[in-house]
Design a protein around this ligand. Structure first.
Ligand SMILES: [Zn+2]
Length: 211
């Protein structure tokens, strides 16, 4: 009689280790996503469970919550996240507009849910922010043409830009933005509308309430 075969169960945590530190939001291992880029403190990793993106070494829950609280708040107290689970982040990769200079955590609705649960809060009614979402998709499209990153939104004071290194590249970027702005917008509007319809909008506002 042969021994019964055991199906090995490999939990996601098994991927954990020095190269895959735990996600501050949900504790699952982080995996490499994007190499180090100008304007970023280190390579970017992502959690395949809650979607959180982390620039450089992952910190604690408290640090991630502090970064969340630093995000722009709306009049009603809602907080806006550049959605790493959005269509623009998926399309843009390293050119995604959410990778602003100095970015630390790249949130998703699920990652925020996990984080605020640590302080007994729940996320109420995530809402797509249309203008900001279209602007992020537009800037993501422009980033594929320019040497620098987020040049256009940076000019408008809506993002922390990462200008190109050389003066001639910066001059060319300024020209490229003028030439490509309208075609990029014509592409960005339908793309972001589709993204929002699929629940993958690029900018989402969230309200928190105590449990
Ligand atoms: Zn996670």
């Amino acid at each position: 009689m042969s021994k019964p075969q055991r199906t090995p169960v490999v939990p996601l945590e098994a991927g954990g280790g020095p190269d895959n530190p735990p996600c501050p939001a949900c504790g699952e291992p982080l995996f490499g996503w994007i190499d180090s880029r100008p304007g970023l403190a280190g390579p970017v990793s992502r959690c395949e469970s809650c979607g959180l993106g982390v620039v450089g070494e992952p910190g604690s829950v408290e640090e991630a919550l502090r970064e969340l609280d630093r995000l722009e708040a709306e009049a009603d107290g809602a907080v806006r996240i550049a959605n790493r689970a959005g269509f623009s982040a998926w399309l843009g990769g390293a050119g995604w507009a959410g990778l602003e200079r100095g970015a630390r955590y790249l949130f998703t609705v699920e990652a925020v849910r996990r984080l605020v649960a640590h302080r007994d809060q729940v996320v109420k009614k995530p809402r797509w922010a249309p203008a900001a979402g279209i602007a992020a998709m537009w800037q993501t499209a422009l980033n594929s043409f320019t040497f620098g990153r987020n040049v256009a939104l940076g000019r408008l004071g809506r993002s922390a830009a990462v200008p190109a290194d050389r003066p001639w590249q910066r001059r060319l970027d300024a020209l490229i933005v003028v030439v490509v702005a309208i075609p990029a917008l014509l592409a960005a509007v339908p793309l972001e509308l589709i993204a929002a319809a699929l629940g993958r909008g690029g900018t989402v506002s969230l309200r928190f309430e105590l449990l």
